[in-house]
Structures are given as C-alpha cells and as structure tokens.
Design a protein around this ligand. Structure first.
Ligand SMILES: [Zn+2]
Length: 437
C-alpha cells in the first residue's frame, strides 16, 4: 500500500464495498479529495472585525455558513441509494491517507455532520441545512440495517451517533429523526449483551465513551434509555477496570481520550446520574489526583499534545470546568490548569477540536456561556485566539491534500465550535465532555 496516492487507495477500497462504475467512483473521490476551502480559497480576513460582540457574531455566522455549504457540496448521491459520505482518514503509523466512506461515531463519522447541520439550522435559521440533515439521517440508518456488536462502543462507536441524534432531534423539526432514534435506542438496549466482549475502558473506543454518551442521551430525555443500561456499563467500568496506581504514566495514558482522567470522568458522571453520592466523591478525588499528575506531565513535555483534548490539558480543563459548574466551586486544579493552558496556547496548532486550537476555543465558548457561574475566563485576548484559530490549516500533522469532514479532526467540528462561539449558539452542548442539551 505504501507509495500509493490517497486517490488510488480510495479507489481500491471503494471497489471492495460498492458497485458503482469506475467513473462514478472517480468522481466521488475527486469530490472528497478537494482540499478544504480554507486551504484552497482565499483565507478569510478578520481585519476590520473589531472586538464588538455583534460584529464578531456576524463574522462567525458567515464563516460557519461558508464551511457548512462546503460540506454539503461534498455529499454524493448515486442513483436512488442513500447519500454517500466520503472522508479522509490518516493513519499515523503508516503515514497513509485513505479516502473512504465515512461511517460510525461522532469522533469522525457522519453523525458529526448531522449535529453540525442541526446546529446551523438552529443558529443561522436557514432551511437549506435541513437538506443536509435529512441526507445524513438517511445514511445513518446503516446502523439499523447492520447492528453488529463491534460498531457500538466509545466516541468512535454508534453510541456516540445516538448521542448526536439525541441533540439533533431536539433542534430539528419534530418529524425528523425520531423514528430512527427509537430504532437506535432499541439496538443500544440490546447491545447490553455485547458488553462482556468489550475489552477497552477508554473514552475514544471503549466503555467510558459509551457511558458518557449514554448518560447524556438519558439527560437529553428524547429517548427511553433505561437506567439499567447505564448501571450495567458503570459497574463494568468501575470493577475490573479501575486503573492501577502505576507511576510514570504518559500523557496518552492519563488524558481524556485514552487515559485514566477520561475513565474517572465517565465513572463520576454516571455515579452522579445514578445517585451514588459517595462513589461520585471518590471518583472526583481520583480524577483530581490524576489531573495534577497530568498537568505536571504536560508542563514537562510542553508540546502540542500537552495542550490537546485527547491527551493534554485542554481535555482535563474541559472536565474540570464541567465539574466545577455543577459543584458551584472552583477547584484549585481548574485554576492552575486553565492558567497554564492559556499561557501556553501558542503550542496548539491547526483548527481541529482534538489536537488543535479548536479545543481551546471550545473551552472559551463554555467559559463565556451564560450557563456558567463559577469559572472565570483567564485574562487573555480571546479575539486574538479566535483570529489565530480561524487562520489555521485543518491539522498540520495530517496531509492537507484531502478534506477531513468529521467532528474531532475536521470541518464539521470546526463549524460546530464557530456556532457555539456566537451568542445564538452558546447553549449548544460541548463535544469535549459530551454535554447534554
Ligand atoms: Zn487528539
């Protein structure tokens, strides 16, 4: 495979799964490989945009609309089939960029697009985004047709798709998505039988991500998710997988996406939801302990990972802000983490939510939203940070010859944060902690 262009790899991959003609496939891939607008067209200028909130909002609306349109432009419908979504993915191990159909999971799947279109409909109020949402809903029904156990778990699994659906269905007109959502919930409840097969505790691909999503789905209150399911996952996570007290954990082993902090957060949130008050206190204490270690480890490495969502202080800060907001008190670790993170914001590169400036901007959106009472925004010029974010390439560590559509690495997450920054969108839930609506 090495040495092949993304285009050729995509053709190979498409041949195995679809029966389109070669010419159709070529067209589809060309569409997907067209670089993102920021990297192909003229970069947007924020010159002349003052710090005035209304003027900034207008700029953000315009940018969100432009990028959302660019995403809609890439939907491909072949014949009478459901629209096909092609995305690029990059494997850091082989260095290969692959262009392939986008599938499950909010991390980089179709539901990120659904959520983004729903957000655009809510904030920008334009009916054209309902078309985008309808097409993503049609394609999402693959879960209904294919309820295999291995597609369910974590931020990359179908549970996170249902989380996105549960938010989108509170925004979109009543007739959209409800049927699909109830079908999904049935699968989710049935998936309990598969729980024993899951061997990962982490947020991105394992039980913690599923647990966070399930709690939020239940809190969103749009489908009948049983507390029994949440309880079963909670007990599976808290018994065999209490992370051992290993020393010298690296950022990956500590962080939100793959590490202890993410697992403790999911356990704490489920304990709170289930009313296990003393469990909740224990999980939060453990989280703070692991959080101090994460902060010190980040300070030592001081690279882009140390300010990321997945492994660094941006993920930790998002969790701490979430917890402080509910406890009504500011923990010293929150203050220390936010201070260090924003003092070192220049370490972050690229637009994306996972390992880029996007995670810091999303955090600022949470800190400045009206629902917050406790945390104060660290003293910094945040218009300057937004300007820097907007001007970034999608992700300097992945090839720019393809557009990444998904939430955490690509355009739909970028648009979603643009919306959250505006005064009309500041109640949209943060994806960094899978908040409820
Ligand atoms: Zn990341």
């Amino acid at each position: 495979m090495n040495g092949q262009t993304p285009y050729n790899r995509a053709l190979n991959k498409l041949h195995t799964g679809h029966e389109y003609t070669y010419d159709t496939e070529r067209l589809i891939i060309q569409k997907a490989l067209r670089g993102p607008i920021r990297d192909t067209g003229a970069p947007p200028s924020m010159n002349g945009v003052s710090d005035d909130k209304k003027e900034l909002d207008r700029f953000l609306f315009r940018e969100a609309d432009r990028y959302a349109e660019d995403c809609m432009d890439r939907h491909v419908t072949v014949g009478t089939e459901n629209p096909l979504f092609i995305g690029a993915s990059h494997c850091p191990i082989t260095g290969n960029t692959t262009v392939a159909p986008i599938t499950t999971g909010l991390y980089s799947g179709i539901s990120g697009l659904l959520l983004m279109y729903a957000g655009c409909y809510r904030v920008l109020g334009d009916n054209k985004f309902l078309t985008g949402a309808t097409q993503t809903l049609d394609t999402l029904s693959y879960i209904d047709r294919n309820p295999k156990p291995d597609i369910w778990f974590g931020f990359t699994g179908a549970t996170s798709d249902i989380y996105a659906l549960s938010i989108a269905s509170r925004i979109l007109p009543e007739n959209m998505g409800t049927e699909l959502q109830s079908a999904y919930s049935k699968h989710l409840i049935r998936s309990i039988h598969w729980l024993t097969r899951v061997t990962r505790p982490d947020v991105v691909g394992g039980l913690s991500g599923t647990l966070l999503a399930c709690v939020a789905i239940a809190e969103n209150g749009v489908c009948d998710l049983t507390d029994q399911l949440i309880e079963d996952i909670y007990f599976r996570i808290s018994r065999p997988w209490v992370p051992t007290e290993k020393t010298n954990l690296d950022l990956g082993q500590l962080g939100m996406a793959h590490g202890t902090v993410g697992v403790y957060f999911a356990a704490a949130r489920a304990a709170k939801y289930l009313g296990y008050t003393s469990d909740f206190t224990v999980w939060v204490e453990k989280l703070h302990e692991a959080g101090w270690t994460l902060l010190r480890t980040a300070q030592r490495s001081a690279d882009y990972g140390s300010v990321s969502w997945c492994r660094g202080t941006a993920g930790l800060a998002a969790i701490l802000v979430y917890l402080d907001r509910r406890s009504g008190e500011v923990h010293p670790l929150t203050t220390a983490t936010l201070q260090w993170l924003f003092d070192n914001s220049s370490l972050a590169e690229g637009r994306c939510l996972c390992c880029g400036v996007g995670s810091l901007v999303d955090l600022l959106a949470s800190l400045s939203s009206n629902s917050g009472t406790t945390n104060r925004i660290p003293t910094m010029d945040w218009t300057k940070l937004i300007k820097r974010w907007i001007a970034q390439p999608q992700n300097p560590r992945i090839p720019t010859d393809a557009n990444y559509l998904g939430s955490m690495q690509g355009t739909s997450g970028f648009v979603y944060v643009l919306l959250r920054l505006t005064s009309r969108g500041d109640d949209l839930p943060s994806l960094l902690t899978l908040d409820s609506f």
